[in-house]
Write a protein that binds this ligand. Structure first.
Ligand SMILES: [Zn+2]
Length: 735
């Protein structure tokens, strides 16, 4: 029967019985059903194949996706030290952090569910009362942790709540932004075309059903990293508090303490211009190619030296942060945690600065600038009368340096500032310094170039002697002025109508006779004077290992083309008398003047001043090649000992001879000082710049000292007493 060659399709007129219908229709029906099965199976197979082939990358993979994060392990930066004092160092600061789920209000329901599942078995979870009780317990434990943090850190619950609210607002903003962007991308996929026919819409619905990966429900909104992270709720707690949080996880679940290093300057304003500051890297300063920044650039623990030694020795001081690689699964559970690069501490830098001497120099400057009451500078009975007539300098600088090596023992610049400005100061504190018109941030020892006045006669004397223009015994008669009483005058003529009379190089230096040097300059000519200015490297930076050094300015001879113009040539020549006494267009920094005095003191060597000790740098250099401060020195060509002897006699007489300009204000019984005073004229109506540049002891020169007071008035009266006090300290401590 079943195999009978009948087909209901062709025998449709036959009235079918139950049996017959089965018998007659079965072969074709079976084919039909089979075909339907095949189609369905093919659809399923197709779907499975598609899932395997297409979804593998963008969907299946997400089920197994792990995320890799890199976390910085902070490294300590090297310290900046003197032999006795720590000037800059990293210290640990401890912060208390809370996981976001302990911060969020109201409690996150999914997190709560997860907690419940961890605490209760499947059977227990059916007990509604039990679930409600455990729920309350979890919420209360969260509140207990808040209270425990407040008790430990000594802040009020209101304060903590306020901080938590701030954090939540921030995190919610991030989460909202990320989710909105993601939702926007999803919607764009199923744009439905309204104008399509019903068949097309049907077809596309079927295609869509077959090909669209399962959609995330509204519950599975994207969880941003901030929602799983820890956030600082209390910063800078004590080590005891931090330890308590770490050691009692049962009391502080959801909380942790975190250590970070911050740069501090324990001596605050001591040698602030020399030490400099390191501050956090800003976003626009990313330099991924720098090994210390690398992929970590922009992370708040990366710091950069901004000025001073912190900048010059940046590469040595900077520690290299370590790197921790954390892999998490899609539920943010940590799968692996390894240190891929251990942190390497930065190197200590030892300065050549003598702490006590630096302190005295800074105190003297504060007194000179009227930022502190007079204590070191003048004998008590003389204070009132001097103070009245004395102009208050705008700024000042003192340099003390070893003559033979260029080691800087003190480099003071006033007014100063407190380095703690850079470690967290209020806007008001910044305003005070920024609004100080004397510009406290300038490191005046290298960053201030002023006309040197009569201290420059030291160089003029060298040039005149070495060029044969004069001999140590040559005499010039001073009538108070060179040719006309209206110009090229001596100070005593300008002030008192007096003159110096017969002068040789020694007396001309010690009594600071302008006429003697005008005459010498006129005879030797500008070219010789310029040549010696160049030989002693004025107009060039000294190469000190401090940033932002100024080179000063020197009058330059006109070039070959311009030399044909007699007008310009003679104007250049006319500068000779001015240059001879340290005026005209000449400006020099205190450190350049210290180097000139060192050359006189050490027998004719130009030293490279440096602020970082050779030992410290040698130690660094042996391990890692660096452009370290070099202690190299250069012989000044054509400078002879007999010339230096004549100069030294003049500089000694300046302080030691009763007619010397430094006799009254610089001389001390403690040590014989030699040097030159300078009173450099400035703009009309403004007080002169006061200079003293010299060395000690006079007969066995070892230490150079330069004092400059910007618009301080008389070199001997204003700068002299400062030089004397500093010299006495040098004699006590060093000689
Ligand atoms: Zn004179």
């Amino acid at each position: 029967m079943l195999n009978a060659p009948h087909n209901s399709i062709f025998q449709s007129t036959e009235s079918p019985r139950e049996d017959d219908r089965l018998q007659h229709s079965s072969p074709w029906r079976i084919y039909g059903v089979g075909a339907a099965f095949c189609l369905a199976a093919m659809a399923v197979l197709g779907r499975v194949t598609w899932l395997q082939a297409q979804l593998n990358d963008d969907y299946l993979a997400t089920l197994e996706t792990t995320t890799t994060e890199y976390e910085i392990i902070p490294a300590r930066d090297g310290r900046i030290l003197t032999a006795t004092t720590v000037l800059a160092t990293d210290v640990d600061r401890y912060d208390l952090q809370l996981n976001y789920r302990w911060i969020e209000e109201p409690v996150n329901e999914r997190w709560l569910d997860r907690k419940l599942r961890n605490r209760l078995t499947r059977a227990e979870r059916n007990d509604e009362q039990l679930v409600a009780r455990i729920r309350d317990e979890i919420i209360q434990s969260r509140q207990r942790v808040h209270q425990a943090i407040c008790d430990a850190a000594g802040i009020s619950l209101e304060e903590l709540t306020l901080r938590c609210t701030e954090i939540q607002t921030r995190v919610e903003r991030v989460a909202e932004f990320v989710n909105r962007r993601h939702a926007g991308r999803d919607d764009s996929r199923d744009l439905f075309k309204e104008d399509e026919g019903i068949l097309m819409r049907l077809a596309s619905t079927v295609r869509s059903a077959l090909t669209t990966p399962p959609r995330r429900g509204t519950l599975s909104r994207i969880v941003v990293r901030e929602e799983e992270a820890f956030h600082t709720v209390v910063d800078d707690v004590t080590l005891v508090v931090a330890a308590a949080v770490s050691e009692h996880p049962e009391r502080f679940s959801g909380a942790r303490s975190l250590v970070r290093t911050v740069r501090t300057y324990p001596q605050r304003d001591l040698a602030a211009h020399v030490v400099g500051a390191r501050t956090l890297l800003k976003d626009d300063e990313l330099q991924p190619e720098r090994p210390s920044d690398g992929r970590l650039a922009g992370n708040p623990v990366v710091r950069r030296g901004r000025f001073g030694v912190e900048l010059t020795y940046e590469d040595q001081i900077s520690g290299t942060h370590g790197l921790r690689k954390i892999v998490r699964d899609r539920r943010k559970r940590v799968v692996s945690d390894e240190v891929v690069r251990p942190p390497v501490s930065g190197r200590d830098i030892v300065l050549t600065i003598n702490t006590a001497l630096q302190q005295l120099c800074e105190a003297s400057l504060r007194e000179s600038l009227a930022d502190a009451p007079l204590k070191h500078l003048l004998p008590a009975q003389d204070q009132a009368s001097r103070q009245e007539s004395r102009p208050v300098p705008v700024g000042g600088s003192i340099v003390v340096m070893e003559a033979a090596t260029g080691r800087i023992l003190a480099a003071a610049s006033g007014p100063g500032f407190d380095l703690s400005l850079f470690t967290g100061a209020s806007a008001a504190e910044w305003d005070v310094v920024n609004n100080d018109r004397r510009r406290p941030f300038i490191p005046r020892f290298t960053g201030m170039a002023l006309p040197p006045g009569s201290t420059f006669k030291t160089l003029t004397a060298i040039a005149a002697l070495e060029s044969g223009t004069i001999t140590p015994d040559s005499k010039t008669f001073c009538q108070g002025y060179l040719t006309r009483p209206s110009e090229h005058r001596c100070l005593i003529f300008r002030l008192y109508g007096a003159s110096h009379g017969q002068m040789n190089v020694e007396t001309a230096l010690s009594q600071s006779c302008n006429v003697f040097f005008f005459d010498a300059a006129r005879r030797m000519g500008m070219r010789t004077l310029s040549e010696w200015t160049e030989r002693l490297q004025f107009g060039h930076p000294t190469g000190v290992d401090l940033p932002f050094e100024k080179s000063g300015t020197v009058p330059k001879a006109p070039g070959a083309v311009v030399q044909t113009s007699t007008g310009i040539q003679s104007r250049f020549e006319r500068e000779a008398p001015g240059l001879a006494i340290g005026q005209s267009r000449l400006t020099v920094t205190p450190l350049q003047m210290a180097r000139l005095m060192a050359a006189v003191a050490n027998g004719g060597w130009l030293v490279t001043p440096h602020i970082v000790s050779n030992e410290g740098i040698a130690r660094v250099a042996s391990e890692k090649p660096v452009a370290a401060a070099n202690a190299t020195r250069m012989r000044v060509t054509g400078l002879h000992q007999h010339t230096l002897d004549a100069i030294r006699a003049g500089l000694k007489a300046t302080v030691q001879s009763p007619r010397g300009t430094g006799y009254r204000d610089v001389r001390t019984g403690d040590v014989q000082i030699a040097g030159k005073t300078g009173t450099a004229e400035t703009a009309p109506g403004k007080p002169d710049h006061a200079w003293f540049a010299g060395y000690l002891p006079a007969d066995d020169p070892q230490i150079v000292i330069v004092v400059v007071l910007e618009h301080g008035g008389s070199g001997s009266h204003a700068a002299g007493p400062v030089a004397r006090e500093v010299s006495r300290e040098i004699a006590r401590q060093i000689l």
